[in-house]
Design a protein around this ligand. Structure first.
Ligand code: FHN
Length: 414
């Protein structure tokens, strides 16, 4: 399969849920707590012995994602702390050995598939728990002389990492996305035996969409086999979208948190508004990208109420305006002053984010608009040249569309 064939559904669906969940939900200070606070594996062990998310019901998560208009999800199967949410045969450091006593990934896969969402796995190639992973990068023990003196056999770790990826792609049915995280410094590409890894993966699930964080350069005309299927900007929407060296659009997905943390953080209440999320989604799609919006469930297994409320509001907008997102992408005309365009074939969607006064002016569309409708309620909109157009300055090539003075409360897409 070509990258274009693999990513066709991904570029159509545009909007997914990122889920960062694991032992770090107990300290509730974000997923980097072990590194940030230099916590040894021994000091982190109580979280393993305590982990029992009694209110974990992934069907509720899946319904929240579906109601928000999300079409796929990506769950951390293992984050940097090395704790596995799945029943790996290659380690005892897994959810089935905690008081939870269950394969949390299997329940996630079953629940999200039952709600009709595509299923993705996040897998950290960094591992702060495995004895043969070196104390490089932001490893919690990066300054511990005794720990640094221990010899490691990195190939043992790579055999483990490759083995777990094989388990994830063999034991849980059809998986739609593999989201690796992350290469850094010289820990990139073949340092992970990435070609071998990708070839193994494609042998098991040839359709699977893979991110670009194993390394390589996805923007090259001929990228490495492990450079991935999509570019993965984080906490930013790339100003000019993403193109390769030949100037060709390449698939990309911006991953963004709802507050300031990926993993659950009890005191971080700085949440984005629903309007900010909708605008971020529209901006991504207008630049041919996807939005992977993150939730960080708590130690009991529940998505924070603040996140659920935002998702519900976003879902209201998506129910009425989703046609301007799904199957849409970069428009064949420049960004207008008052907002953004998204386009699907001959249908142009105008996201009017800064309405200004008077009729909305569509540069270059004179005589080209067959009909205009307010997406939220289907109301007809008049395409007209106002009688006083002469007073409007240079408007010879444009079309004017008059919007109702009062719009349905979530309407800003025409
Ligand atoms: O270190 C991780 C971080 O915890 C989080 O998982 C993000 C999500 O894209 N990725 C890495 C930081 O780039």
């Amino acid at each position: 399969m070509t990258r274009e064939e693999r990513t066709r559904w991904f570029l159509h669906d545009r909007f997914g849920m990122f889920i960062h969940w694991g032992l770090y939900a107990i300290p509730a200070r974000g997923e980097w707590v072990k590194s940030n606070e230099r916590i040894t594996t021994e000091a982190y062990q109580p979280y393993f012995e305590e982990f029992n998310p009694i209110r974990y019901n992934p069907r509720e998560w899946a319904k929240a994602a579906k109601e928000a208009g999300m079409k796929y999800a990506v769950l951390t199967t293992k984050h940097h702390d090395g704790f596995c949410l799945f029943d790996s045969k290659l380690t005892a450091y897994k959810a089935t050995n905690t008081p939870a006593g269950r394969d949390l990934v299997r329940e996630y896969v079953d629940a999200f598939r039952a709600e009709g969402l595509a299923v993705g796995f996040y897998y950290s190639i960094i591992d702060w728990h495995h004895p043969d992973y070196p104390a490089v990068g932001n490893h919690p023990m990066r300054e511990n002389e005794e720990y640094l003196a221990k010899p490691v056999n990195f190939d043992n770790y790579l055999d483990y990492m490759h083995g777990q990826v094989r388990e994830l792609l063999t034991d849980y049915g059809k998986i739609d996305i593999m989201w690796f995280d992350y290469s850094f410094d010289d820990m990139t590409g073949e340092k992970w035996r990435a070609t071998e890894l990708i070839n193994m993966m494609r042998g098991i699930q040839p359709h699977i969409v893979i991110d670009n964080r194993l390394g390589g350069n996805i923007k090259k005309r001929e990228p490495e086999v492990y450079a991935g299927d999509f570019y993965s900007p984080e906490q930013i929407i790339p100003p000019g979208g993403i193109v390769n060296e030949a100037g060709e659009q390449i698939p990309w997905e911006a991953c963004i948190t709802l507050n300031g943390h990926w993993g659950y953080h009890a005191t971080d209440k700085e949440y984005k508004s629903p309007k900010q999320v909708v605008r971020a989604l529209v901006e991504c799609v207008s630049k041919n990208g996807n939005l992977l919006l993150n939730v960080g469930p708590d130690a009991k297994g529940e998505i924070p109420r603040e996140s659920l409320d935002i998702l519900a509001e976003v879902g209201k907008w998506m129910r009425r305006n989703g046609d301007s997102v799904y199957g849409c992408g970069l428009a064949d005309r420049p960004k207008p002053e008052w907002g953004r365009y998204t386009q699907n074939g001959s249908k142009l969607y105008a996201h009017i984010l800064d309405r200004g006064i008077g009729p909305v002016y569509f540069q270059g569309l004179k005589g080209k608009v067959r009909k205009a409708r307010l997406l939220a309620d289907g109301a007809e909109l008049k395409v007209e040249v106002p009688w006083m157009a002469g007073h409007y300055g240079d408007t010879a090539t444009g079309a004017f569309i008059s919007l109702p003075i009062t719009l349905p409360d979530d309407a800003d897409t025409v």
